[in-house]
Design a protein around this ligand. Sequence first.
Ligand code: 13P
Length: 393
Amino acid sequence: MLTLVSGSLSFTAGMHPISFNRVAVNMMATPNAAAIYDGKYTAELRKTANAMVAKGKGLLACDESTGTVGKRLEANGMENTEANRCAWRNLLFTTAGLGEFISGAILYEETLFQNDPNGKPFVDVLNANGIIPGIKVDVGLKPLVGGGPGETWCTGLDTLAERAPKYYAQGARFAKWRTGLKIDVPNGCPTDLAIEVAAQDLARYARICQESGLVPIVEPEILIDGDHDLATTARIQERVLTTVYAKLQDNGVLLEGSLLKPSMTVPGVDAKDKSDPTTIAKMTVQTLDRCLPPAMVGVTFLSGGISEEDSSIYLNEINKLPRKGAWALTFSFSRALQSSCIKVWGGKKENYKAAQDQLYARAKANSEASLGKYKPGSQPSIEQSLFVKNYVY
Ligand code: 13P
């Protein structure tokens, strides 16, 4: 294993001289490393990935599992029925002008194959609004045997190669796989095992999706549960991201046709020092600069339990800073885009338009933040903590 952090180097592998520029990843110096994906979808993957992070645009994550979306519906006076899930997603997708700020929507499998209340496929509804449909393809977290207390691993790989072409045929053009890592320093978490398993599975998923024309969003979420400080998060996130990128390269993932969905680099939710937005932004950019290869297209942050307004403010501060990497830094929020909207709606016909206005407002705020031009407080939000202990998606 050869680790390069900066500078350049050349050496000979077999008969071929290979030269490297600055790449902050671990590289397997072996002639048997997997070849980078180069097949019938190469050009399309590059095009889709770039469209997803087009200037001023980000993603609407609404791929909550039936249980998770059900909790949100129930908290706002609705039953968790298929009709109500359909009505809720229809409200989101038909918000006029949403496509000005939202390039893609991540769907749960039920929604990808669902029609709107008038019988029109949701895929067509989204495309008509200028939004690319995508699909969550992992099937959830399970306890990691041999890992630290409460650690998990993410399942769904065994059936992915059969499922991915069906998602593409239905109109999905990108995919998401979320794995969660917890910081618990006294108990040694995340363990090396949890990081290795998370990174390897993300890389297998990414390569399999590219073979079927789906741009993989690689999501190693660092949960905000805990009282650790900002420096601890940064140290652990650097380790996680460098491991993930080494594995992506080992698996021959086309970086130019992929996106990263990380957490922002924030202290634990119970940390004594909460850190200010500028410091959080600096640590986030530093972490990404240290870990991401320049060939990668873009970063679409998750909100992870941070409030709507704070998520926009942090993203805005991040985009004000100079950085070494040329990747887009934008959003792929669920809670931080939908929370006020569902509250305003409450399942009532008379609130429908006001709820759509609320979604539009937060999407606009985040679009501005992705350009470093958001004026804090200029868009409405029902301020509340969105943190849920041990959150599952
Ligand atoms: P949050 O923005 O609510 O963290 O969700 C984003 C997501 O897609 C998590 O997988």
